[in-house]
Structures are given as C-alpha cells and as structure tokens.
Write a protein that binds this ligand. Structure first.
Ligand SMILES: [Zn+2]
Length: 335
C-alpha cells in the first residue's frame, strides 16, 4: 500500500494487486502534491478503478484542445494503455480556491469520468468503434451523391447529420461516464421524487436541443425556396450565414446537454432493471430502446426514442427529415 518513490517525477503504488503510477511532467509543490496523491489513492479504491488492472496518471504542464481538468488520449486508449492526463494549472487553480471537500470531489469526478471511457474501451472497444463509425459516416457523407457538391449549404447539411449521430453516441458514452461519476461522487437517491426531478431537468435539456433543431430544419426548408430569393441573392447569403450560426449553436448545445441526459437514462435503467443489463457492454441502440421501454411502462413520454416516434426527440424520424431536406436540394439542382 505504501508509496515507493522511484524518482522525483514518478510515484508508484499498489492496491490489492493493482498497479498505479503518477507521472509528473509538470512541477507541483506541496501541499498540492500530497493532497493530490491522497485523492488519487482514494479514487483507486473505488469500484470504478477496481475494474482497471493498472492506471497511469500523468500530470501535464498544459491541457490539450478544449479538455477540462482531465482527459484521455484516444490513441493511447485504443492501444490498450490506461492513462489519464491531468492539467497542472487547473489543479493549482482549483486547489487554491476550493475547500478540501470540493477539491477532492472535483478530482474524483474527473477521474471517474475518464476511467469509465477506459473501461468501456477495454471491454467493448467503445472508443475504437466510435472513431470508426464516425470516420465511416464522414467518408460516406463526403462521397455520397446524397449530399451533393461542396456548396456551403451542403456542408451545413453534412455537419448536421454528423452531429445527430454524435448526439446519440454521446448519450451512450458520455452518459455512462457521467452515471459512474454520479454513483460515486453525487450518490443518487433511488426514489420517485428524485427520479422525477432528474426527468424534468433532462427533459428541459432535450427541449433546448430540440428547439434549435426545429429552427434549423425549418431554415433548411426556407432557404431552399427559390421564390424567396428572386432578384435578392444577397438575402440568400445572409440567410446562409445565419444558418451557419444556427448549426454551430445546435452542435454546442448537443455537446453541452447530452452528458446529463445520458446520465439520467442510465440512472433510470439502473433503478428499474439493473439486474438484466450490463452497462459496460450495452450497445447504443439497445440502450436507447431499453430506456424508452421503461419510460413507457411508467406512462411517461420518453425524452429520447429510437424509432417509435414516442419521444420528444426521435432519432430515426429526425434522420428521415434530414434525408428529406437533402432530397429537396438534389431535385433543385437537377432543374
Ligand atoms: Zn467523456
């Protein structure tokens, strides 16, 4: 159990035969370093960490892209490495301003989230499959005669399609990570009142996405009406620009809201049919179907549905609407 100081930049320890390593690529001073090490050890004793035989925590000088406090490198994960990166400046900032409890909670949550992705990759190659499917979809969209040439409008349609797919996937993957995090850091209550409040919050989050989606899709129709722009081409370009802004807001909203909605979906399944389902292995469509089935059995409108059109958002129905917009574009070009 004790820390073996191998070098000043690497600390290693073992818990019940599982190996952990903390590698410092950024200098971190006490008391932060001591606090961080004890929090990491607390995390390594949780149920989530237990599922991974070894983890390396790398304390980085700087974060990559728009990552938050912690992230995983998909290349490393796909190669079987269990590495979680942490951003030193964010650690320092939060350590300086938060209480001990909230600092601990902040770190444990971030670690639980990233470890969940690593577990899914290890068991069901989640990251590999997600990358592959999105790559295939992108290639398909790029090649496909469906989305025609590379005019700006066509690109907007492609982006929309890509994000619809991403939305459903994020519910499945980020929802799982958030649910695991909630299990250890938030500790859900399993009763009707708590469940109803999560439902309401998730429904509101979905309706925010759906409102943008509806405006986006009605703009698709509007902008494809040639009558509207006769002799007023500049109006067309202004509309195209506002469509671009709309699609950006739509993708940002998906990115922001899908985590919480997905978390609620796992919570609900866990509450009502925990024993039948292996959350690590469940596939995306089965996950959505299972969720939908439970809401319906409770006489409640599902927030998301796959193809029954029962939900506030129905994936297949939305894809059909998207395909219809693409068809209008093709017919218009033929003329
Ligand atoms: Zn994530």
């Amino acid at each position: 159990m004790a820390f073996n100081i191998v070098g000043s930049n690497i600390d290693q320890f073992e818990i019940n035969g599982r190996h952990y390593k903390i590698e410092y690529r950024a200098g971190i001073q006490n008391p932060l370093r001591n606090d961080l090490e004890s929090i990491i050890r607390v995390f390594c004793e949780t149920e989530i960490a237990e599922k991974l035989p070894r983890i390396t925590f790398v304390i980085e000088r700087n974060k990559v892209n728009d990552a938050a406090l912690a992230w995983i490198d998909t290349k490393e994960a796909k190669g079987g490495l269990k590495v979680i990166h942490l951003d030193a400046p964010s650690l320092q900032e939060s350590h300086a301003k938060e209480s001990n409890t909230s600092f601990t909670r902040y770190i444990v949550k971030a670690l639980a989230h990233e470890a969940s992705h690593l577990i899914r990759e290890m068991i069901s190659r989640e990251i590999t499959i997600k990358d592959l499917t999105q790559k295939r979809l992108s290639e398909h969209l790029a090649k496909s005669k469906k989305v025609d040439d590379h005019s700006q409008f066509s690109v907007i349609l492609e982006v929309t399609r890509w994000w619809l797919h991403r939305f459903i996937n994020d519910l499945h993957t980020e929802g799982f990570a958030e649910f695991n995090t909630g299990q250890i850091a938030t500790r859900f209550d399993y009763n009707e009142t708590y469940q109803d409040s999560l439902y309401r919050i998730s429904k509101r989050k979905l309706l925010e996405i759906e409102a943008l989606r509806t405006s986006l899709f009605s703009k698709f129709e509007e902008i494809q009406n040639p009558e509207k722009y006769k002799g007023r081409e500049s109006d067309y370009f202004a509309d195209l620009e506002s469509l671009g802004k709309l699609v950006t807001n739509f993708t940002l909203k998906i990115r922001h809201n899908s985590y919480g909605i997905g978390e609620y979906m796992y919570y609900l399944i866990n509450y009502h049919s925990k024993k039948e389902i292996d959350f690590v292995k469940i596939k995306v469509f089965k996950f959505i179907k299972k969720y939908e089935e439970i809401e319906i059995s409770k006489n409640r409108k599902p927030i998301i549905s796959l193809n029954s059109k029962q939900g506030y958002f129905d994936y297949n129905h939305t894809l059909a609407e998207w395909a219809a917009a693409v068809k209008v574009m093709r017919n218009r070009k033929k003329k």
